[in-house]
Write a protein that binds this ligand. Structure first.
Ligand code: NAI
Length: 249
């Protein structure tokens, strides 16, 4: 992949960057010479010139503020934030536990907002920055038994548009990437339990395969980069064409 050159040397924060899509994004940023801070519940402690691991629980706002303070103390600036961390729970809606519903909204929406706000406060002082949030193709579609997740991922798009308005005048762009089915722990668990059928999903996607974490990286790097300098409040769908296939037989 030809990566946008404007990312080299800059400082990026990736939430939930320890595995799955977040780890692929963190690696993609390292590969183009950026410095990457991974914020996660259990980050790799192996800090180096290009990497920093800071513990955070997105459900605990105090840990979010402390984490961003630590990034600024270490590296003095934040050029970009990737709001990647997210959780889901599939279950029958009539019996869905309200505590589970609230937890998903806490992490995927309130936690994401807390990270965006903490990063934007730093970016505003620097004169700008770029925020990319990982939404989902379910931000645009419904699916059975995922009410909390879909509500949260729809809210991610709403926040993307709202914050693009509020922070555009500060030089901060806010965009989203909406993946389709990507092979990670999140989907692996559903595949193992027979909730997802990999072959059927691959067959329905016009591009004919299940997605991999690396498939999401290019869109994120583009939106972080100066090449997307006049783009804000938008979402790029990375789903192998799943959401544009309206065929049924
Ligand atoms: P994953 O389960 O493999 O990784 C999630 C990451 O988020 C982990 O690093 C985890 O530690 C972190 N995390 C979870 N709760 C946290 C909390 N309270 N505080 C801090 N970190 C926390 O998930 P995956 O599949 O890599 O998903 C990443 C993002 O992409 C999520 O927002 C997910 O909703 C979204 N997504 C995933 C799709 C897929 O098919 N895998 C499709 C569409 C969107």
């Amino acid at each position: 992949m030809t990566a946008p050159s404007s990312l080299a040397g800059r400082v990026y924060v990736v939430t939930g960057g320890t595995r799955g899509i977040g780890a692929a994004i963190a690696q993609g940023l390292l590969d183009v010479g950026a410095r990457v801070c991974v914020l996660a519940r259990d980050p790799d402690p192996g800090d180096g010139e290009q990497t920093l691991g800071v513990p955070v629980d997105l459900a605990e706002p105090a840990t979010v503020a402390a984490a961003f303070d630590r990034v600024v103390a270490a590296w003095g600036r934040i050029d970009g934030l990737v709001n990647n961390a997210g959780i889901s729970k599939v279950g029958p809606t009539l019996e869905y536990d309200l505590a589970d519903f609230a937890r998903i909204l806490d992490v995927n929406v309130t936690g994401l907002f807390a990270c965006s706000q903490a990063a934007a406060r730093v970016m505003a002082k620097q004169g700008g920055g770029s925020i990319v949030s990982i939404a989902s193709m379910t931000s645009f579609t419904g699916q059975p038994q995922r009410a909390a997740y879909i509500a949260s991922k729809s809210a991610v798009l709403g926040l993307t548009r709202a914050l693009a308005n509020d922070w555009g005048p500060l030089g901060i762009r806010v965009n989203a990437v909406a993946p389709g089915y990507i092979r990670t722990d999140l989907t692996g668990d559903l595949i193992e339990r027979g909730v997802l059928d990999v072959d059927a999903i691959a067959a329905r996607a016009p591009l004919g395969r299940f997605g991999q974490p690396a498939d999401v990286v290019g869109a994120v790097l583009f939106l972080l980069s100066d090449q997307a300098g006049y783009t804000t409040g938008q979402a790029i769908v990375v789903d192998g064409g799943w959401t544009v296939n309206g065929y049924f037989k």
